[in-house]
Write a protein that binds this ligand. Sequence first.
Ligand code: PRT
Ligand code: MG
Length: 221
Amino acid sequence: MNTVAKPAITLALSKGRIFDETLPLLKAAGITVLEDPEKSRKLILPTSNPDLQVVLVRASDVPTYVQYGGADLGVTGKDTLIEHGGQGLYQPLDLQIARCRVSVAVRADFDYASAVRQGARLKVATKYVSIARDFFAAKGVHVDLIKLYGSMELAPLTGLADAIVDLVSTGNTLKANHLVEVERIMDISSRLVVNQAALKLKQEPIRHLIDVFTKTVNATP
Ligand code: PRT
Ligand code: MG
């Protein structure tokens, strides 16, 4: 007997805030994830919809998975998307979740304004090299960028850098490390990203998800 399997859809999410804040959107589509990523070690999670599975990847790997078709769609921060470049990704929707901002922060005792005024060359540590480069270039400030993968807040405290470019949400992490926000570069939220080939081959179920997500986002105050 010949059975034709329905196209199964794979959604890439990262553990933590993106997973948590995507759950209500899935729920609006009648979908629940059947395992808790904080309790299970599984990286492929089944959902109540047999045609949809969730794969858990590092936040910075979501665009790569979707670009190369390792997942059909995914949820990723605008910060991550800008650094990735967005090649091969259809970006139909700003989900308005995991909101924060990218800012410049320095030690409370560092006079950023006069350093900039005097045309000093700044050492800037960041995970967001592309965002930082564009921002300081537009300002006409000369910077030496130091690429880090985490704990950016430590860089000005240890003398590694004069400033950091990092995500800020409540500002509590900066405060706890005696850092102050001196520039807001851009507001960030998470986007739905879709593999362009998958959009053609699995049009009906992907369009359906995009539609439900769009309605839910628009109905959320
Ligand atoms: O943690 P890991 O290295 O595995 O990956 P990741 O840091 O890229 O992932 P994750 O899950 O921490 O963040 C995923 C996405 O969530 C980011 O790409 C952003 O788009 C978004 N987001 C929203 C945030 C925050 N808010 C946020 N506050 N990501 C990180 N933070 C960090 C911030 O950098 C600071 O160090 O949380 C810390 C606390 O922030 P405050 O200001 O509330 O104290
Ligand atoms: Mg993190």
